[in-house]
Design a protein around this ligand. Structure first.
Ligand SMILES: [Zn+2]
Length: 488
């Protein structure tokens, strides 16, 4: 008996030792490099973003509904406001309203890079206009902030990119690699005409990019427990997108004599089954890369479950799966968004339709999503129709390649020590197009956001601080310089 207890205690001791060693070996240091000072007229930059916001470049829906006037006016404003950029770079309008600027490099053998932002914005939710502290298209500056639609998504980045390029041109800088600056006009509705046309144009010219940099994530401050430096979340992949319709048939007829089982009932059961049986997910692949890098910066207690997934993986995944935001990183998500039945309250539907939107994790494919849905619904009365095939998840960009290191270094030169963590974009961006012509596509805006700022995205009171806009400008300037270094 005694020896059994001794064996048990010994086993526990070994287990604890393994957990401690694994946890300690996961530790990582913040990236720290010499700081670089860049002098800017911050108020002037803020003033130009404010002007940019006043153009109502709204992407409401199909291109046919777009009013091209504000888009054209905005493009000619860009041309007048950034004359040096237009003098030193080749300017092309592609896809009608998107802009491609080519900044020629001194070394034609060095693979080019592309830095991009989009200038279309989402509409202001109707009914929310009065909730804006400053009007969404007023372009007002107050209390150290530039207010309005597009401040964060994504005109702020576009202005920062153009300001950074101007600053370097004024210093007589010429990049070693050719740098493309691309500004899309339809990202919010899929980017096919803009980024799609630009990517196609580059491909047709035989251009292969070493890397591209687009929106996606930010420098995140104060959101992760125990991490006392900002987290540069450089997204290395993007989820795919597809929408399926579940269609249940019924006999129709009058609602006064309903059958035992209705099309709506059959459909409801199918949806419930799907909600109860999500696509398998977990901390693996790009999701594991992310949590491992993040965990390295966390205190011991938070790090332990991440470093010991062999033991605690199940509990960890249950915990992460409980929140919508972290669940979206773990797996392919499904969201029922639209329901359709009969057209009249006293008529039984002949077809009940549920529209379900899926965001495909890089470990899954469109085919696997459809197979999963059919398998889980398991009801021949429910037909699965493809409403929109959409696109597969992106490739996963390298976290060791020059592009990743260039972005990370540039951020640390401006902001000081940062935790650099790869991440996954759960929505869609123009990178789905640019990524087609790039070895590595990164998704990151060099601006600090807090949880409060995130509410402005596609929401109310979107804004960016003048300091943030200036810091982003500095980071882009460093990216342009570092991209030319032999390892960049
Ligand atoms: Zn955006």
């Amino acid at each position: 008996m005694k020896s059994a207890i001794r064996i048990l205690l010994g086993a526990v001791a070994v287990l604890v030792l393994v957990i401690v060693v694994r946890t300690l070996s996961m530790s990582s240091d913040a990236l720290e490099v010499p700081r670089v000072e860049i002098d800017l007229d911050e108020d002037a930059i803020a003033g130009r973003l404010a002007e940019a916001i006043r153009f109502e470049t709204v992407s409401p829906g199909p291109p046919a509904l777009r009013d091209p006037e504000p888009f054209r006016a905005f493009l000619s404003w860009v041309e007048q406001t950034y004359p040096l950029v237009h003098r030193k770079m080749k300017r092309e309008e592609l896809g009608d309203l998107s802009l491609l600027l080519t900044w020629p490099g001194t070394d034609p053998s060095a693979p080019p890079v592309l830095v991009t932002a989009h200038y279309d914005v989402v509409p202001v939710n109707s009914g929310s206009e009065a909730d804006w502290t400053h009007p969404p298209f007023g372009g007002e500056i107050a209390d150290g902030w530039v207010w309005g639609r597009g401040a964060l998504d994504d005109k702020g980045a576009m202005i920062a990119i153009l300001e950074a390029a101007t600053t370097l041109l004024e210093e007589g800088f010429q990049p070693r690699r050719t740098i493309y600056l691309a500004f899309g006009h339809d990202e919010e509705i899929g980017g096919r005409d803009g980024a799609g046309a630009i990517a196609e144009h580059l491909r047709a010219q035989g251009v292969r990019l070493a890397w591209s940099l687009d929106e996606g994530s930010f420098l995140i401050d104060g959101a992760y427990p125990g991490v006392d430096v900002p987290v540069a979340s450089i997204n290395v992949a993007e989820k795919g997108y597809t929408t399926l319709d579940l269609v249940a048939k019924g006999a129709g007829g009058h609602s006064s004599i309903p059958p035992r089982e209705t099309a709506v009932g059959v459909l409801a059961r199918a949806i419930l089954r799907l909600e109860e049986n999500p696509m398998p997910g977990g901390v693996s692949g790009v999701t594991a890369q992310m949590f491992e890098a993040l965990g390295g910066h966390m205190p011991f207690l938070y790090r332990a479950p991440l470093a010991n997934r062999w033991l605690l993986g199940g509990a960890l995944e249950a915990l992460l799966g409980g929140s919508g935001a972290s669940n979206a990183i773990l797996r392919t998500t499904m969201a029922p968004t639209m329901l359709e039945g009969s057209v009249k309250e006293n008529v039984l539907p002949t077809e009940a339709i549920a529209t379900i939107n899926f965001r495909i994790h890089p470990r899954d494919s469109f085919e696997e999503v459809v197979a999963h849905v059919k398998h889980v619904v398991d009801d021949e009365r429910v037909e699965v129709r493809v409403r929109r095939a959409g696109n597969e998840a992106s490739e996963i960009a390298s976290t060791t390649a020059g592009g990743y290191r260039t972005i990370a270094r540039s951020v640390a030169e401006v902001f000081g020590p940062v935790a650099v963590v790869p991440g996954l974009t759960v929505g869609g961006t123009d990178s789905r197009h640019y990524g087609q012509v790039a070895d590595d596509a990164y998704r990151f805006n060099p601006m600090v956001v807090t949880l409060e700022d995130v509410e402005g995205f596609h929401g109310t009171n979107e804004r960016i601080s003048i300091e943030n806009l200036a810091q982003a400008t500095r980071v882009y300037a460093r990216i342009f310089r570092n991209a030319g270094s032999p390892e960049g």
